[in-house]
Design a protein around this ligand. Structure first.
Ligand code: FES
Length: 127
């Protein structure tokens, strides 16, 4: 099963200057994550404008069907952080329910968790 990394492409870190910077910090981080994920078969990426965590950007979410969702923030557009995010997403994809043992967490994602969202219960649409 694949895991999706949703990357906010409108996050701007403190001091971001529209006159000096052509791209938002979120766009820069998204490009780095997309590059890092190119060769990773069980991870896909998508961009989304604003995940509503603007005061602790850059923000991403790690999601897959029937697994725990994780929202993370306070990233910078940095290749090492991007690689750690992709590594964590690949471990999430390999896990049964989305829980990755702490000992396997890449250093780059430690301290960046914002929230964990449980899966929705299965519902019978015929009821
Ligand atoms: S602009 Fe990125 S969370 Fe709002």
């Amino acid at each position: 099963m694949t895991t999706t990394i949703t990357i906010c492409d409108t996050c701007k870190l403190e001091g971001w200057d529209a006159e000096k910077q052509a791209q938002s910090d979120g766009e820069l981080l998204a490009a780095l994550i997309e590059t890092a994920a190119t060769e990773v078969e069980n991870v896909i990426t998508r961009r989304h404008s604003c995940l509503m965590g603007c005061n602790h950007g850059c923000n991403i979410a790690i999601q897959s069907h029937d697994k725990l969702t994780y929202v993370m923030g306070s990233f910078e557009p940095d290749a090492q952080q991007a690689a750690g995010i992709v590594e964590y997403a690949s471990l999430h994809a390999d896990s049964e329910k989305g829980q990755v043992p702490y000992r396997q967490w890449p250093k780059a994602i430690k301290g960046h968790f914002v929230s964990r969202i449980p899966t929705l219960p299965q519902t019978d649409s015929s009821e």
